[in-house]
Design a protein around this ligand. Structure first.
Ligand SMILES: CC(=O)N[C@H]1[C@@H](OP(=O)(O)OP(=O)(O)OC[C@H]2O[C@@H](n3ccc(=O)[nH]c3=O)[C@H](O)[C@@H]2O)O[C@H](CO)[C@@H](O)[C@@H]1O
Length: 369
């Protein structure tokens, strides 16, 4: 089978596409994949590293207010559609799959104009602008939350499929995770990570809680700062922690996140949908600090769904401080029974069969052609 994958900007859109690609390759060995992204998004680095053919187009997102930039964006969109048509005519895919983010717009739209079957995947409860626009043209929409279906009334084929990142972590190897971190297997550690781009508020709170670490002597910390905040955060940790530095590992980004998640005892981070799919698929408890800077405050909705199920605790960013973060971590890491109960609730929410459901949709669309 020949499949074009597209989606990006941030990890939350890229990893679902990669998980779908992996499912296609495993179920139909010999399949050909082409990923179309932008060179500015994270996909320009991540996708070629996975050995998947990558082509890029130039596109930017719409501003929510009226501006001259939007006129330029329309021009770029039309140029992107022309370039996508060229790439699609060359590659001749059976199906085109989009996982959200600006880049999907021209690629999936071009495919629908050329009569190639198209499927989009939405990660969040409230859909992003691009997927909402595309839903008028595509042959299928896969949603991660059953309640999202009502946002896609334009499409008659909406399937509840979960997030394929949940399948991606099934292949995870905790021992590999420890090895890549240079840590002794079995060492309990908390993973702190502000989404695929890092989060300054979370980084600052973690630095401010460092003086309290001595109250949790057994626990180690893996602190993933995001590429753009790495230098400042690393300097701050070194300044703050004269002793006990061996208990805190500071990294800009983790390439083998599933392995590291499989080794962690607690996830502390943003409430991005793809991360949450991975965390629940592995049955990890979490302490969530939803980003307040996202459309319709959707991360708080994501966090509340885990919290209501007993799988997570939440700290709102406006209430975040070093003390609050430490208290939140201590209340889970210091109480084994509570942690186990949260793990079980988390696992109950996981949907590891997600990629298989999406694969069935792709095959169904290919046959209809
Ligand atoms: C600020 C923003 O717009 N965030 C959105 C973005 O989040 P973001 O891109 O941060 O996405 P998520 O938190 O959902 O997922 C991040 C993905 O990147 C991976 N990862 C992350 C860090 C790292 O060091 N290594 C690594 O591999 C994670 O394992 C996961 O697969 O997309 C999500 C899915 O549409 C949305 O729910 C979020 O609201």
């Amino acid at each position: 089978m020949r499949v074009v994958l597209t989606g990006g900007g941030t990890g939350g859109h890229i990893y679902p596409a990669l998980a779908i690609g992996r499912e296609v390759s495993e179920r139909q060995p010999g399949s050909s994949l082409l990923y179309i992204g932008t060179s500015r998004g994270l996909e320009g680095r991540i996708v070629p590293e996975q050995g998947i053919a990558f082509e890029n187009i130039t596109i930017t997102g719409f501003r929510r207010s009226l501006s001259l930039e939007n006129v330029k964006t329309v021009m770029r969109f039309l140029k992107g559609v022309r370039r996508s048509k060229e790439l699609l005519r060359q590659f001749k895919p059976d199906v085109v799959v989009g996982t959200g983010g600006y880049v999907c717009g021209p690629v999936v739209y071009a495919a629908s104009r050329l009569g190639i079957p198209t499927l989009i995947h939405e990660q969040n409860v409230v859909p992003g602008l691009t997927n909402k626009f595309l839903s008028r043209y595509v042959d299928g929409v896969a949603v991660s939350f059953a309640e999202s279906a009502s946002h896609f009334k334009n499409c008659s084929n909406v399937v509840y499929a979960g997030n394929p990142c949940a399948t991606r972590v099934l292949h995870a190897d905790g021992r590999q995770g420890y090895e890549s971190l240079g840590m002794k297997p079995g060492t309990p550690f908390v993973l702190i990570v502000g989404g695929s781009g890092g989060a300054r508020a979370l980084n600052d709170a973690f630095v401010r809680m460092l003086p309290l670490l001595k109250k949790l002597p057994e626990v180690h910390f893996v602190f993933v700062t995001g590429e753009r905040f790495y230098k400042d955060a690393e300097d701050a940790v070194r300044r703050e922690l004269r002793e006990g530095t061996d208990r805190v590992k500071v990294l800009p980004y983790i390439g083998n996140m599933p392995d590291v998640l499989a080794a962690s005892s607690l996830y502390v981070g943003r409430a991005g949908a793809s991360f949450l799919a991975e965390v629940t698929s592995l049955g990890l408890p979490s302490l969530l600090v939803p980003s307040p800077n996202v459309t319709n405050n959707h991360q708080e909705a994501n966090a509340r769904s885990l919290m209501n199920a007993g799988a997570a605790n939440m700290i709102l960013e406006r209430e975040l401080s070093g003390e609050a973060l430490f208290a939140g971590i201590d209340s889970i890491m210091g109480d084994r029974t509570r942690r186990d109960a949260m793990s079980e609730s988390s696992r109950n929410l996981g949907m590891p069969e997600s990629a298989a459901i999406i694969y069935d949709q792709i095959v169904g669309l290919q046959r209809k052609r």
